[in-house]
Design a protein around this ligand. Structure first.
Ligand SMILES: [Zn+2]
Length: 265
């Protein structure tokens, strides 16, 4: 496949109507990194925020934290959260009106759809704990283990979706990590043996990087073991499914044969 075709597809962002998870936002950040140092020439969109403040201002840095896509300007930051149905296009448009469109020189543009737009006053380094981002160089596994131990009653599925602990982890990663480490989604964090708890933290990051690599190669879905699947690839057991599991009330797929429910005798 020619390189240009790959690039175009990556710039198109989400190819499926699912909430973008951390690795997808990293791919967006990488595709948008060349806007750093460039001035916003045009601002448009149906956002109710004071988006005009970006006109004529220079993008100082293109960053991300978990599921947040971030642009740092002098004195403030722009935060884009894609929620459930948000999407983006770089140097392309969709037929629906953008929530926010930022135009640059040479006709280039960053377009965001059906997303949340917010401004963060000051420096993004003051607003974000980068060590909680599973994809970040600053990721701190020991801190995540500590935070998990401080929430013993949280079930594993909810703990993985907690953005204070695992920024960037979404529902797909949650389901896949729990299958990978053979833990039932309703096991309370406090019932996990230390080795399992360490595995959960390690795989939250490792699976996120697998997700990132597969997504860039357009082979993510075929690697799903339990998410949106019917049978366990390990043992052939029909998977259990719940539409609203845990406090997060998100879709859960798991195998009752190889994923152990800790905390019950
Ligand atoms: Zn199984």
């Amino acid at each position: 496949m020619p390189q240009t075709a790959v690039d175009a597809r990556l710039m198109r962002g989400a190819d499926t109507p699912v909430m973008p998870e951390g690795p997808s936002i990293v791919i967006l950040r990488e595709a948008a990194t060349h806007f750093a140092g460039r001035k916003v020439l045009r601002v448009a969109g149906n956002s109710t925020q004071a988006i005009e403040r970006m006109r004529g201002r220079k993008v100082l840095a293109v960053r991300s934290w978990g599921k947040h896509f971030l642009l740092q300007f002098d004195g403030f930051g722009l935060r884009i959260h894609f929620m459930l149905f948000g999407s983006w296009r770089i140097n392309e448009t969709k037929t629906t009106p953008p929530r926010l469109s930022l135009g640059f020189s040479r006709g280039e543009a960053l377009n965001f759809y059906a997303c949340s737009v917010k401004f963060i006053e000051g420096d993004l380094d003051q607003a974000y704990d980068w060590s909680a981002d599973v994809m970040s160089e600053a990721w701190d596994a020991a801190a995540a283990r500590r935070k998990l131990r401080a929430r013993p009653q949280a079930i594993a599925a909810d703990a993985l979706l907690d953005q204070d602990l695992f920024a960037g982890v979404g529902n797909i990663i949650k389901n896949e990590v729990l299958h990978r480490i053979r833990v039932h989604p309703e096991s309370p964090a406090g019932a996990l043996p230390p080795r399992k708890l360490a595995e959960l933290v390690a795989q939250a990051r490792e699976y996120s990087f697998d997700f990132y690599r597969w997504k860039k190669e357009f082979v993510l879905k075929k690697h799903w073991q339990v998410h949106a699947r019917r049978t366990c690839p390990r043992d052939g057991t029909p998977l259990s499914y719940r539409k609203h599991l845990g406090l997060a009330k998100r879709r859960a797929f798991w195998c009752d044969t190889c994923q152990r429910l800790y905390g019950v005798d």
